[in-house]
Design a protein around this ligand. Structure first.
Ligand code: FE
Length: 357
């Protein structure tokens, strides 16, 4: 346990999965006092690459429901994988949480996750949003979409991902860097749906259309559209919804100027990624880890993903804020998200060849 505490301090210095500052502000946490763990129920140690304040609400709700204490260590996906490899059989990690299906696949591929069959999870989570052998399960969905300037762009001009590479948006595209996991998973999906040649041509077209070199996180791209630096940008859906639900005058101005298109990919729908979790291969607290995974599909947890971090639930029939519900009916590409990890090296090579830094 001392090792975990030392690691917590070390990880506080590290950058997180999205390459942004660790504290991405979401809505204020619940006003209830923090839950008190029951020492008799034990603890669960989380290694998480999620970087959202909202998760504190999630952990607190879990402790309140089960009495189990939550110890968490925030790192980026590579740090989690390298750390667990180094720790080997003595790793204190029970649950690995990633904000990207490709990162989960890499942890699985490194043998760090235990195949776990949990019937309730299989019932709630659609098969394309989890590992076929149960190494990880998706608990929330996020679409990677186009944010656009409402005054300058017509919705039909951004109806597909191809639009970003078309001459219409020459000098008008804002995007983050190619090594970002969200972009890598999007590229993996483009390769799956279009084949590598078209995916390569698209990457080249987007690079040619860039308004500026890749910089910042998704929120920065949305703000750049509102500021007139570009007309279109790639972003995960929840970052825009966070701005829409913010009461800050600055955010409200952005929300007035910008909206989202959920582009079509190969006639199949919009590219979807997940946040997900799996049980560590050497989990010392396996029973608590299973309880944690089960908790993530409860209506309470699913409401927190949507209410506090503006993600789309994986479970059906979950109550979500009206701003989230307004965008939740999009057609989602049913491609198995487990394909993203397998394509990651190929995706990176395509970005490199296109000069997308
Ligand atoms: Fe994120």
């Amino acid at each position: 346990m001392t090792r975990l505490i030392a690691a917590l301090a070390a990880a506080a210095l590290a950058l997180t999965a999205c390459g942004q500052q660790p504290a991405e502000k979401t809505e204020a946490p619940a006003t209830q006092p923090p839950a008190t763990p029951d020492p008799a129920k034990g603890a669960v140690n989380l290694y998480t690459a999620r970087h959202y304040d909202a998760d504190l609400q999630l952990y607190d709700a879990f402790t309140r429901a089960t009495g189990i204490k939550v110890n968490r260590l925030e790192m980026n996906p590579d740090q989690i994988i390298e750390r667990m490899k180094a720790e080997g059989a003595s790793s204190p990690a029970d649950v690995v949480i990633m904000a990207d299906a490709g990162a989960l696949w890499r942890a699985q591929d490194a043998g760090l996750l235990a195949p776990t069959k949990i019937a309730e999870l299989e019932q709630v989570i659609p098969a394309n949003l989890r590992a076929p052998e149960g190494q990880w399960y998706g608990f929330s969905r996020r679409a990677r979409v186009i944010a656009y300037d409402k005054a300058k762009v017509k919705p039909e001009e951004v109806a597909t991902y191809e639009a970003l590479a078309s001459p219409r948006f020459n000098g008008q595209v804002c995007v983050r860097s190619a090594d970002n996991v969200y972009n890598l998973s999007l590229m993996a999906a483009l390769i799956e749906r279009w084949g590598p040649q078209k995916a390569q041509a698209w990457a080249k077209g987007v690079v040619a259309n860039m308004a500026r070199p890749p910089q910042g996180g998704d929120i920065d791209q949305i703000r750049a559209v509102a500021a007139g630096a570009c007309q279109v940008a790639l972003t995960n859906s929840y970052y825009f919804l966070r701005i829409v639900r913010s009461e800050a005058a600055d955010d409200q101005r952005v929300a007035q100027a910008v909206t989202l298109s959920f582009p079509d990919l190969g006639g199949q729908g919009t590219h979807v990624n997940i946040s997900g979790a799996g049980i560590a291969a050497n989990a010392p607290n396996r029973a608590q880890a299973e309880q944690f995974l089960r908790f993530l599909t409860t209506p309470e947890a699913q409401r927190i993903f949507a209410g506090a971090n503006n993600e789309f639930p994986v479970a059906a029939g979950v109550e979500t804020p009206p701003e989230v519900a307004a965008f939740a009916t999009f057609k989602a590409d049913p491609l198995p998200v487990s394909t993203y990890g397998r394509r990651q090296a190929e995706a990176q090579a395509i970005f490199d060849r296109a000069g997308w830094r």
